[in-house]
Design a protein around this ligand. Structure first.
Ligand code: LLP
Length: 387
């Protein structure tokens, strides 16, 4: 939802741009932290969803940790004030340089995804005369019931160590003297709206824990990853995601053992609803059967519709009245690059502004310069109220 002041300010800003509602973000992070607090759960924000400095600063101030998947994300988290011990570094292909960066910064843990990676981290830690804290990422083989491109916990995925390799762990750890195994890490996928999926994850974690205990391996942390979904159809539904129900479910179904802490790596659910991509209608084309609204943003600014056929609600914030149908299309020469088909909009004309909602997660951060287009810019609600 936008205020009339915001909409009139948008008219003087060069489109396309991301509009970030920082007040809504503050409210959301507060909600997340209040929902996790009764159980002492630890939330690490997944920078991959959005790594804008202003966004990170707001999240960091709430006391969250950071979940990073590249050396540059680790650097960004450090620069924006996340304490090193609260930084986790995941990813299937960490380079030596990135591992050294994490070691030198003293990050909380590396989430390791393969046995060869453990061997490399061990050697690099030895070269620095230090001990690397690691959490092993296991593939729990649970179907996240989400888009297959963003399902990660199935055995056939490239992520994590397979359950069958687990047997090798006790012997291996004895020989890797510069590693300290502190925890277990799992992540089953993204945009999960069926909370039962997380219940299955809890039950699986309990079983995996039994295995560790029977092998006398003490785990200090259990990290269940992220994946909580948002309501793309109703962006103004402030009840959703159900953070309280989500954390309560883990409290009820996941058996933490003495001294263990539970960690989460939420990205999308924290930021997604806190902003929109604002784009201008360049042309209205009347086809034989379809009206096309050609807008000035494209997959270079928001790739989700083209890449995953993802739905984003589109609103005309310049016009009102009886709605008609439009295909909202973009200037880039890729047929899959359509923001929405048969979108219901009020009568729309050249110059109107459209808001593509729920765009903060995996939006600006996935922008590119394909077709030599300019990189999309960002505007913050606070900046508007100052001007
Ligand atoms: N932890 C790990 C290990 C992950 O791989 C991810 C996301 C997260 C945490 C955060 O998940 P979230 O809470 O945001 O669902 N570009 C796709 C999403 C890719 C998600 C990748 N991993 C999209 O636009 O839908």
């Amino acid at each position: 939802m936008f205020t009339t002041d915001q909409i009139s300010a948008f008219k003087n800003i060069k489109t396309p741009f991301y509009f970030y509602d920082t007040e809504l973000l503050r409210q959301t992070v507060k909600k997340v932290s209040e929902a996790a607090a009764p159980y002492n759960f630890h939330v690490h924000y997944a920078l991959k969803a959005n790594a804008e400095r202003d966004i990170l600063q707001i999240i960091q101030k709430q006391g969250f940790g950071a979940d990073c998947v590249s050396g540059n994300e680790v650097k960004r988290a450090l620069e924006t004030g996340f304490p090193p011990v609260k930084i986790l570094f995941a990813g299937v292909g960490k380079s030596d340089e990135e591992i050294l960066l994490g070691l030198d910064a003293g990050i909380g843990a590396f989430n390791v995804e393969s046995i060869p990676e453990m061997q490399v981290i061990n050697a690099l830690a030895q070269s620095r005369n230090t001990i690397a804290r690691i959490a092993v990422r296991l593939n729990p083989n649970i179907d996240a019931k989400t888009h297959h491109y963003i399902t990660t916990g199935l055995e056939e995925n490239k992520f994590g160590i397979n359950m069958s390799d687990l047997e090798k762990l006790p012997e291996l750890l004895k020989s890797l003297k510069n590693l300290q195994l502190i925890g277990l890490h799992l992540h089953i996928g993204s945009q999960i709206t069926d909370l039962d999926v997380f219940k299955s994850l809890c039950i699986r974690v309990n079983k995996i824990q039994d295995w560790f205990i029977s092998n006398r391996i003490l785990l200090k942390t259990i990290n269940v990853g992220g994946g909580l979904g948002v309501d793309y159809k109703n962006p103004d539904n402030t009840d959703f995601p159900y953070f309280k129900a989500y954390f309560k479910l883990f409290h009820q179904f996941l058996d933490l053992r003495a001294g263990q802490s539970l960690h989460f790596e939420l990205g999308r659910a924290i930021v997604a609803q806190c902003g929109s991509l604002i784009t201008k209608v360049l042309y209205i084309k009347h086809g034989q059967t379809t009206n096309f609204a050609v807008v000035d943003a494209g997959m270079t600014d928001l790739i989700r519709p083209a890449l995953y056929q993802a739905y984003h609600k589109i609103e005309n914030i310049s016009s009102s009245g009886e709605t008609e149908f439009y295909d909202v299309v973009v200037p880039i020469c890729e047929s899959s690059d359509v923001f929405g088909k048969t979108v219901s909009l009020p009568p729309t004309q050249r110059g109107d502004l459209l808001a593509i909602r729920t765009a903060v997660a995996y939006g600006q951060v996935m922008a590119s310069q394909f077709n030599l287009r300019n990189l999309v810019s960002a505007i913050y609600s606070e900046d508007l109220s100052k001007s």
